[in-house]
Write a protein that binds this ligand. Sequence first.
Ligand code: KG4
Length: 339
Amino acid sequence: MSITILGIESSCDDTSAAVIRDGVLLSNVIASQAVHEAYGGVVPELASRAHQQNIIPVVGEAVKRAGIDKTELNAVAFTRGPGLLGSLLVGTSFAKGLATSLDIPMVEVNHLQAHVLAHFIKETPEDKNQPDFPFLCLLVSGGNSQIIKVNAYNEMEVIGQTIDDAAGEAFDKCAKVMGLGYPGGPIVNRLANEGNPKAFAFSKPHIPGYDYSFSGLKTSFLYRLRDELEKDPGFIEKNKADLCASLQATVIDILMNKLRKAAKDFGICEVAVAGGVSANTGLRDAFHEHAEKLGWKIHIPKFAFTTDNAAMVAMTGYYKYLDQEFCPMDAVPFSRVVI
Ligand code: KG4
């Protein structure tokens, strides 16, 4: 018998719904929220209001594009956390309503686990490029920077994480200081392609183990700009591409150094990357270089599965459904959860 799962994602500013049947993606609909651009960051109250407007049409469209009737669903998987509480509440409440009306179980999904399991989404039944266990996953987004040792679908160990800012936050905050707009990561990435990565040197953290830190880099970037702007008010405009290229190179260097150390210490050559920052082309290139030089077997998600999407939620929900891991109707969202 086929197992068909609806996934709902509403942890931040993307409302998304997807349908997966037996691990194969049938649809993945995402409604992004442009309303936050004017504020230079996500405004939680506006995000939850936009989720309320989007959730019914997005779920309807996902079911329609999947070519199924909603009565064919076996379970509703939803992101329970971590994320913005108001945003999570919309997805959680909708999942409860739908599951109750269809008389099917609910499956709660950890957003971070879902990013990792995005690597197992099959777009066709023949899709066979999934990682083998155990593998390391570098999870880099606007809120997280972690190295995760993935032993099985349902067994993940965070072996390193940021002690302050996340990598995406470093991109976004430095971009904001340069007046580049929001979200800064993709803009920095685009400008970096035209700049010299060795033009400027910014500070790198020296912390033990596999943990990350990006607040020192952010401060060093800020101070350098402040000093240079005192001498020349046109400094940013004249050096935008070089600043972005140097910033990006520093972030990638920090990320890859710890990942390389973890891969060596744990003797693991199967290495994946996930989360919004995995869209960064410089980071993708670094992964390819490591594959060539160190023999890593790398797994880089398709762009559509790097940012928040419900396909990864449905995928995680599918595995949890196989384990019959359902959640009660009184489940409440969590703004913070660990893997
Ligand atoms: O995973 P995600 O969509 O949202 C969460 O944080 O959950 O990640 C968003 C982050 C933002 O910080 C954004 O600037 C960053 O991913 N990002 C990028 C790129 N595309 C998105 N950072 C660097 N280069 C990119 N191409």
